[in-house]
Write a protein that binds this ligand. Structure first.
Ligand code: SF4
Length: 326
């Protein structure tokens, strides 16, 4: 098992949504047999915007629980919380000294969040260098991400190149791995599904009724004003989610039915709701079991940090030595 994979998810919501599941989590599941996998709940990233400490603590445990419920095997995957491995932040400082400020200001997520919160903390500006350090400290080759994270992976590659060029070959350039379901639109049709968009996401913890209700309110192709109006499935967020859940044969029938107005949006959404509900059922059963044993999840995270720290220290020691700090 030569290649190493790193992925991180922010504990910024009560529950992960199906977009996280189809991009990041399925990415880990696909690689856990062939790669050395490191999975990190990136709590230091979550504090770059206003937050509540008690809520953060709860979300951190919930997200770890959902990873495990989705099938991440702690025997094969090193799973930890970012703040339990403080070497990440030291490496971020060292790497940050290599990168010019305008590089940070150009990144789209910084611009988006600064616009959303009206102001930006230094942490929000520096976020990409911490993300680069998260990846580089394990010399990861592969990073499963959603498309919106591609600029950050490109930034991490640039950091690796800059370091290698300045101080000698040290880091592999990490490659982004985009999964088939990496772009899941929000149910309100506004960008990608996100934990912060109210009713824009279907969460892994949603009951069958909630999934149905959320889909019932989801926007569709605006051309389908009446049941008899033909539509174009590729203009519809509901169809984009169908692509990730619905078998090919049924998908082709739905697309044709939409274009010929042979199927209504309600029926189309009902079919999707069934697919999602059946897909989530086993995960939700395991999630309930794990929520009843939070100490078990804490032990897995502590063990993960104990496994990760010596590797992180090794890289940090090499970097410090190359930078003339040892
Ligand atoms: Fe979207 Fe389905 Fe309605 Fe077509 S029929 S607009 S794919 S919900």
């Amino acid at each position: 098992m030569g290649k190493r994979m790193f992925t991180g998810l922010q504990p910024s919501g009560q529950s992960l949504h199906i977009g996280n599941y189809l991009s990041a989590i399925k990415g880990v599941l696909a690689l856990q047999d062939t790669h050395e996998c490191i999975l990190c709940v990136v709590d230091y990233h979550a504090i770059t915007v206003p937050y509540d400490p008690n809520v953060l603590r709860r979300f951190t445990l919930n997200i770890a629980t959902e990873y495990l419920a989705a099938g991440v095997d702690p025997e094969r995957v090193t799973m930890m919380v970012q703040s339990d491995v403080p070497e990440h932040t030291e490496l971020a400082w060292l790497m940050g000294c290599l990168m010019p400020v305008p590089k940070f200001e150009q990144l789209p997520t910084y611009k988006d969040k600064r616009a959303r919160y009206g102001t930006a903390s230094f942490g929000l500006l520096a976020y990409p260098i911490l993300m680069a350090a998260d990846i580089l400290i394990y010399k990861a080759h592969t990073v499963p991400v959603g498309r919106d994270q591609l600029p950050h992976i490109e930034f991490a590659r640039e950091v690796a190149r800059k370091f290698n060029h300045t101080f000698g070959e040290t880091f592999p350039e990490p490659e982004a791995r985009i999964n088939a379901g990496a772009y899941i639109p929000s149910l309100d049709g506004k960008g990608a599904m996100s934990k912060s968009a109210k009713n824009g996401s279907i969460d892994l913890s949603d009951t069958a009724n909630t999934v149905q209700d959320k889909l019932a309110r989801a926007v569709t192709d605006p051309a389908r004003v009446r049941r008899t109006d033909p539509g174009e499935p590729h203009n519809c967020p509901v169809y984009a989610i169908h692509v990730c859940y619905t078998p090919q044969g049924m998908l082709a029938q739905l697309a044709q039915g939409c274009r010929e107005a042979a199927i209504g949006c309600l029926e189309c959404k009902r079919i999707l709701a069934q697919e999602i509900i059946s897909d989530l059922a086993p995960l939700q059963a395991r999630r309930r079991e794990l929520l009843a044993r939070p100490q078990r999840v804490r032990e897995i995270l502590a063990q993960g940090a104990a496994t990760a720290r010596p590797r992180a220290r090794e890289t940090l020691s090499e970097v410090r030595q190359r930078m003339g700090l040892d």
